[in-house]
Design a protein around this ligand. Structure first.
Ligand code: R1P
Ligand code: URA
Length: 291
């Protein structure tokens, strides 16, 4: 390792199949073994991660922060338990990098909690907290628009559901219920992860022919317990379920930011407070897991 290599720096890669440098630093996350906790709280927004780090990590303890390719990793302690808070940006490919490369640089059972924002398919107040018991994936199928298809191909595919880890989901639900204690509704339901914020979440945009008018009604018809729409949880749940060597215990909570029924959106001040309070609940749930 060169002497001026900092955490987050990645050297020359010698393996095209699973890119790692000579020190064991993974190509996208930019960390190696010992630099990521097996307990991870992951969020989309970079600023949310910094806020949680600054307000919730134990004070007076060492906190290490790294940044590479849009992954910001803050490793410190919460109530004396090592935890990493990781912001990943948006979309399932970013979650895929976190889970796969995170798995490579950690040992033993992992616990991963996602804390994000979402849209709501139910008419509940914005600012309600939702826990994803299970999750489907919505993918736009470009073949629908191809001249050869004559519209015989459906524009959107909806996968079958995968479940979060039963214990992690229960601990997360309990932690949220305790934290919010009647101040906010905490609901459980099915989450739909979409491959875009716009067309694959049924948003109408007259600049494009998205053919998505029927998308939300068809999700609700197939899954009457459908509650939320966001962009990462399916990848987390599916990879956790398919982890072959060591268990990955995954759960996800979201702040309902956009009510798609009433067309309302949460204000910034309320969102900021919910990020902090919900972040605390996520950390409580993570440290309560016996790994
Ligand atoms: C879209 O605005 C983003 O917000 C949601 C979606 O999943 C997507 O990443 O989550 P985050 O607030 O965690 O980014
Ligand atoms: N994030 C999403 O993915 N969708 C929403 O409607 C709000 C936040």
């Amino acid at each position: 390792m060169s002497t001026d290599k900092k955490i987050g720096d990645v050297g020359n890669i010698g393996n095209a199949n699973f890119p790692v440098d000579a020190d064991g630093v993974v190509y996208h996350l930019g960390v190696k073994k010992g630099q990521l906790s097996q307990r991870i709280l992951t969020v989309g927004d970079y600023g949310r991660a910094i806020k949680l780090r600054d307000h919730l990590f134990d004070t007076g303890k060492k906190v290490v922060t790294s940044e590479h390719r849009g992954f910001h990793i803050h490793t410190g302690e919460y109530k004396n338990v090592p935890v990493s808070i990781v912001s990943i940006g948006m979309g399932t490919p970013m979650m895929d990098f976190l889970v796969r490369e995170g798995r490579y640089v950690t040992e033993g059972t992992m616990a991963i909690v996602r804390y994000g924002t979402c849209g709501s398919l139910r008419d509940v107040p914005v600012g309600t907290l939702a826990i994803a018991k299970e999750c489907v994936l919505i993918r736009r199928n470009p073949d629908h628009w191809h001249a050869d298809s004559s519209n015989q191909v459906k524009p959107y595919d909806i996968s079958k559901a995968v479940k979060g880890d039963t214990e992690m989901v229960e601990k997360l639900t309990n932690a949220f219920t305790t934290e919010f204690n009647g101040r906010r509704q905490v609901i459980q339901g099915l989450n739909a992860t979409a491959d875009s914020f716009y067309s694959s979440q049924g948003r109408q945009d007259s600049n494009f022919d998205d053919h998505n008018q029927e998308l939300i009604p068809s999700i609700i018809q197939t899954h009457p317990d459908a509650a939320t729409l966001e962009m990462e949880t399916f990848q987390l749940y599916h990879l956790a379920e398919r982890s072959t060597v060591e268990p990955i215990k995954a759960a996800a909570a979201t702040i309902i930011l956009a009510n798609r029924v009433s067309n309302s959106f949460l204000g910034n001040d309320e969102k900021a407070q919910l990020e902090l309070d919900g972040g605390r609940a996520c950390l409580e749930a993570l440290i309560s897991m016996k790994l």
